[in-house]
Design a protein around this ligand. Structure first.
Ligand code: 0A1
Ligand code: ZN
Length: 861
């Protein structure tokens, strides 16, 4: 917390220096207590070769109450060390010694959910990025790797005591207490430490690695949730096998544990051998989780598991290298999901997410390179840029060097850097070494913020059938290599087959023997995270939407046209006759959606018309009323072409098969539910009754939620009944109720803000639970454009009050919420003035957390 007006410290990548002291081993003893947990730490420290003889020992520590400090068993007097808000400094220490500290901490007071805290009565930890310093004094930086052994003591009312690695001794202690010991043979940085203590039940299984190691798998949850762990366990086993087959990575301990917690700032955390998960990202049953929840669980379970190599065995030298583990691991989980499901649909979803979250970030005041060069609060850099654009960079390198050399490169990276803290250079260097390709100019992708623009121009020979495509990158994109997949398409499919063009600055691509009407399909599969600018006629775009043989590009052609049509229908775009375009699009969509040659999951994507946020991202000016108008007109025009098709899909795809979360059934449900959603664009009785019936009759949450959501978002008479029904059925299930909060948060009808405000007082709402905050306030600010950006500023008043108050409780979540305003400069002038005042007054407020301070400052800078 900042208490004065001085700006907090900014850390710079260029200032990296290795630590003066290394920690060879660390022994931790916890005496767990909700209000006063005592932590004894014994560190065996050694001065690094090359460090100055008189280098002081500086340890990080926050919110610790220090009771004892001893060197080699002798207590230090108060004049022999110095304690500040954030450090313990001992000016003079030997070259090698043992340091003992005893501190007390207060888990119950820890509302920031960083360090050791209580979640629904369970002790748990979150140490990435800098939570370990809230547990004990330590060099809390990722390049200090040490062997951890842990002893946990607790009352027997806390029966399950867990930490990283392998279990050791356990037993009784006097006074109704007991203990458990844990030993982790793999040296690790402090951010991968974890501890859990609670009354937990577990679902167990086993996995045999390809070299024959027997691994026990164990998911810990509250007893009541035992029936909701099976899918995560199944996903875990599939992920373990996949990592062996695709990346040659095997698990390296005899035990792998996952613990579900109710209060968690992010999705999950890859602590060595003891992953801790936001309950929402691990618990699922057909009645309580949607297909999308299942998909998310599969991806996150895999993501955290994959970190065991990309993150844990090879970790990051410093937090500037965050993308080294995150970009690579997201790439790995996306590839896993693509292999488990439909590769094309996975690509559509991944790119949609990149467009929705990373492109706006890169285009606004919060833009930063994939490897940032400075930060105040590192928690603010767990961003779409680091994660999702970071994954795209890995994908591009794979495209540039080819699959085989890429795999040789990742093998080399793991082998060379195993057990160390590495840099992006180590990763790229391994791919260079394995492929023989110079990637030095590729490094610009890591260092420069912003989305490059690729201009595409076409010229055809007057005689003959040669076509030249001129691909030009904007000057800011410099000469970094950009892989562009390109083919020519006519009504029958590929008129000239695909090739991969590497553009550095500029490239001319000549294709001979092309039929006159063929259209180039450029950046197929979204082969690079760039924005393409080109002039295509509506007919040419429709041709691609009909016939492109690359499913991603086929989908994209239609989607982009839908965006342009909606913007123009709302008076914000420049299509000449948008009504006509909307009609043609409606006809084309009706055809694709009926086309059984395409997978149902793909057809569902075709039917998913752009959301308000999709439109806002694409619009030069964000004017919520116009965006909404455009979206509604587009929806109803498309609907007028599709109604019979949609009704027959909705009827025909109903199924009485027992629920299975796999891709096949999920795809059919997705298509059926998209059909229902679009049918509800008619705020009419018949579709509303259809939806209500589905909500009542559904035997799974996917169908129940889709129908209830469709009603909850529409200003129809059935809305209230649907919401009340859902609440009544699920009022005792906190995870399911998040959906109920989120639907209402996105409602744009009359009285919407009052509804959201009232929900903050609802007994089921809990501002101490990040899932609840995200469901209600996050969705409100990110998705409910008309209400959040109400012209009278009422949405802003509500939101900024909430964020300021939350900052005192949970700075990470408050700061992340505030990023919902990142596109404020593109708002129409009236709203822009209103929100700018709010942002500036927040940025100038005294007493903000470092997290919120940094985000507010960057937003207005
Ligand atoms: N490494 C985790 C993300 C994570 C980051 C910070 C956290 O708490 C502040 C929690 C999780 C991942 O990539 O999944
Ligand atoms: Zn991660």
């Amino acid at each position: 917390m900042r208490t004065d007006a001085a700006a907090p410290t900014v850390k710079h990548l260029a200032d990296y220096a290795p630590p003066d002291y290394e920690v060879e081993t660390v022994r931790l003893v916890f005496a767990l207590d909700p209000r006063e947990t005592v932590v004894t730490a014994i560190l065996s420290l050694r001065r690094r070769e090359g460090a100055a003889d008189d280098a002081p020992l500086v340890l990080d520590g926050e919110k610790l109450s220090l009771r004892e400090v001893a060197i080699d068993g002798r207590n230090l007097g108060a004049d022999q060390y110095e304690v500040s808000d954030s450090t313990l400094v001992i000016a003079s220490v030997p070259a090698a010694f043992s340091l003992t500290t005893v501190v007390a901490i207060d888990p119950q007071a820890n509302t920031a959910l960083s360090g050791l805290y209580l979640s629904s009565g369970m002790f748990c930890t979150q140490c990435e990025a800098q939570g370990f310093r809230r547990i004990t004094y330590y060099p809390d930086r990722p390049d200090v790797l040490s062997r951890f052994s842990v002893r946990i003591e607790a009352p027997k009312s806390v029966p399950v005591l867990l930490s990283n690695g392998n279990p050791g001794a356990s037993g009784d202690l006097p006074g109704g207490r007991h203990f458990a010991e844990w030993d982790d043979p793999h040296p690790k940085p402090a951010y991968l430490f974890a501890l859990v203590g609670g009354d937990l039940a577990s679902l167990d299984d086993r996995f045999v690695t390809m070299s024959g190691r027997e691994v026990t798998l164990r998911i810990f949850v509250h007893e009541k949730d035992l029936g909701r762990c099976a899918y995560a366990l199944d996903a875990l086993k599939r992920a373990m096998r996949w990592d062996e087959e695709v990346f040659g990575r095997q698990y390296d301990l005899d035990l792998f544990m996952i613990v579900a917690v109710d209060h968690f700032n992010f999705g999950a955390m890859e602590n060595k051998g003891l992953n801790i998960f936001n309950a929402a990202c691990v618990l699922a049953s057909p009645e309580t989780a949607t297909d999308m929840d299942y998909e998310t669980i599969e991806a996150i379970v895999a993501h955290e598991y994959f970190h065991n190599w990309s993150g844990n065995r090879v970790t990051c030298r410093d937090w500037f290298q965050l993308c080294l583990k995150e970009g690579f691991t997201v790439f790995r989980d996306q590839e896993f999901s693509a292999d488990q499901r439909d590769r094309a649909v996975q690509r559509i979803k991944d790119v949609r997410r990149l467009w929705a979250r990373q492109f706006p970030e890169d285009a606004g005041p919060l833009a930063h390179p994939v490897r940032p060069s400075s930060y105040v609060a590192i928690d603010n850099f767990y961003t779409a840029t680091v994660y999702d654009k970071g994954a795209e960079l890995v994908r591009m390198m794979k495209a540039l060097v080819g699959a085989e050399a890429f795999r040789a490169g990742t093998d080399r990276y793991f082998e060379k850097n195993d057990g160390t803290a590495a840099t992006v250079e180590d990763f790229v260097g391994a791919i260079e070494a394995a492929s023989g390709r110079d990637l030095s100019r590729f490094m610009a992708w890591y260092a420069e913020a912003g989305t490059p623009v690729l201009r595409v121009e076409e010229s055809r020979e007057a005689s003959g059938n040669g076509v030249t495509h001129t691909l030009t990158l904007t000057a800011e994109a410099g000469n970094r290599p950009v892989p562009v997949r390109l083919a020519l398409i006519d009504e029958d499919g590929e008129a000239a087959s695909e090739r991969l063009v590497e553009v550095e600055g500029h490239a001319n691509v000549v294709t001979e023997g092309v039929t006159p009407g063929a259209v180039a399909s450029v950046l197929r599969g979204f082969s690079a995270p760039v924005r393409v600018e080109r002039n295509l006629s509506v007919d040419e775009r429709l041709k691609l939407a009909r016939a492109d043989t690359d499913p991603f590009s086929r989908w994209q052609a239609g989607y982009a046209l839908a965006v342009d049509a909606a913007l123009s229908l709302g008076g914000l775009g420049d299509l000449e006759s948008p009504e006509l375009v909307a009609d043609e699009l409606g006809a084309a969509i009706a055809k694709s959606v009926e086309n059984e040659a395409f997978a149902p999951a793909f057809r569902a994507e075709v039917l998913r018309l752009p959301s308000l946020t999709d439109l806002a991202r694409a619009s030069r000016v964000i004017d919520p009323e116009k965006l909404q108008l455009g979206r509604e007109v587009l929806r109803s025009r498309v609907l007028s072409y599709c109604r019979p098709v949609l009704e027959s899909l909705h009827d025909g795809l109903a199924s009485d098969e027992p629920y299975d979360p796999g891709a096949l059934q999920a795809g059919r449900r997705a298509l059926r539910n998209e059909a229902l959603r679009l049918l509800l664009a008619d705020a009419d009785e018949a579709p509303a009754r259809r939806a209500l019936r589905q909500a009542e009759e559904a035997d799974n949450m996917t169908d129940e939620a889709a129908a209830t959501a469709a009603l909850a978002h529409a200003p129809v008479a059935e809305r209230e009944a649907a919401l009340a029904r859902f609440y009544d059925r699920w009022k005792d299930d906190a995870l399911v109720l998040n959906k109920w909060f989120a639907w209402q948060a996105a409602y744009t009808g009359p009285g919407a803000l009052e509804e959201v405000r009232a929900l903050t007082e609802h007994p089921a709402f809990d501002k101490g639970n990040p899932n609840k905050v995200r469901a209600l306030i996050g969705v409100f600010a990110m998705e409910n454009l008309p209400t959040f950006h109400a012209a009278d500023g009422s949405g802003y008043d509500f939101f900024f009050d909430f964020v300021s108050e939350l900052d005192g409780r949970n700075p990470q979540v408050a700061s992340r919420l505030l990023t919902a305003t990142e596109s404020w400069r593109r708002l129409e002038p009236l709203r822009r003035d209103l929100i700018e005042k709010k942002l500036r007054s927040l940025a100038e407020r005294k007493g903000l957390s470092d997290n919120l301070y940094e985000t507010a400052q960057r937003l207005v800078s």
